[in-house]
Design a protein around this ligand. Structure first.
Ligand code: 15L
Length: 268
């Protein structure tokens, strides 16, 4: 990997990877829809709306690998999801194919499978159960990645990210938190592992309270260094006695499941 492109480089995960991958690859190309902090040595800046195919073709020219974080990162209107996460995503994968890119690390999300109950441990083989339009777009991203792997030979690591941050922020995130250094490790596996065709892994730290069987990540060499457990007592004490939405509490996707929920009975 000589030149690695990060899309969505101005967002929280992008800004963090900009630092943790600095010096790991000879050139980082940093792209976002909005202006980002000025380029330093060994960095290239790009401003692209990924819904614009012409701009996307320029964005991917000359890159060896892509970390695709761009697009909409939470629930939104269908029109915005369509532009950013369906059309924009297609443009990135298709332009990558035309440019001969060999590897893509994709930021998919726990919300592609958010309607699995918290009582169930799920692995990378379960069928999608999206909890939102956003979650549907992430399930679409995994399907499109599978197509571009099988038909065009691009290697994909789809990372179903839980919640990225320096520490878990609430009780739900104790099960799905990922630290910056653990996510950096997963991204590097995605770009550098010698044998990746199409893989789904959970982008979570080694959390004791995890809802995921992340054996596929471990098979690829992932050794998480962090666990949310040291934060658990304080978070649980702070939430004790708080009123909670029963739908949000029942499912892994939390409030993404509860928003706009109109079914008479909660699904199994
Ligand atoms: C996501 O997929 C979002 O990108 C992030 O903002 C959080 O909402 C996260 O999921 C989560 O479930 O906590």
């Amino acid at each position: 990997m000589h030149r690695v492109l990060i899309t969505g480089a101005g967002g929280g995960i992008g800004r963090s990877l900009r630092e943790t991958l600095r010096g790991i690859y000879p050139v980082l190309r940093l792209s976002d829809r909005v202006p980002i902090a000025p380029a330093r040595d060994k960095e290239e800046l790009d401003q692209t709306d990924i819904a614009d195919m012409g701009a996307v073709e320029k964005m991917v020219a000359g890159v060896d690998g892509i970390i695709h974080l761009g697009g909409i990162s939470g629930e939104n209107t269908w029109e915005n999801i369509l532009q950013g996460n369906i059309i924009g995503l297609y443009n990135v994968f298709e332009a990558a194919r035309r440019a001969g890119v060999k590897r893509i690390v994709m930021a998919t999300s726990n919300h592609a499978v958010g309607f699995y109950p918290r009582s169930q441990i799920i692995d990378h083989r379960v069928i999608p159960r999206p909890d939102s339009r956003y979650g549907v777009s992430k399930a679409f991203s995994e399907a499109l990645a599978s197509l571009y792997a099988d038909k065009h030979g691009i290697g994909f690591l789809c990372t179903r990210i839980g919640n990225f941050g320096s520490k878990p922020i609430d009780s739900r995130r104790l099960s799905i938190w990922i630290s910056p250094r653990d996510y950096t490790q997963l991204v590097r596996i995605g770009l550098e592992h010698s044998d990746i065709h199409f893989e789904i892994v959970y982008g979570v730290s080694g959390n004791k309270r995890s809802w995921y069987d992340n054996s596929n990540a471990y098979r690829l060499g992932y050794k998480p260094q962090d666990d949310s457990e040291p934060y658990a007592a304080e978070i649980l004490a702070a939430e004790a006695g708080q009123a909670k939405d029963p739908i949000a509490e029942r499912y892994q996707g939390g409030t993404f499941c509860a928003e706009e929920f109109t079914a008479k009975t909660p699904p199994d």
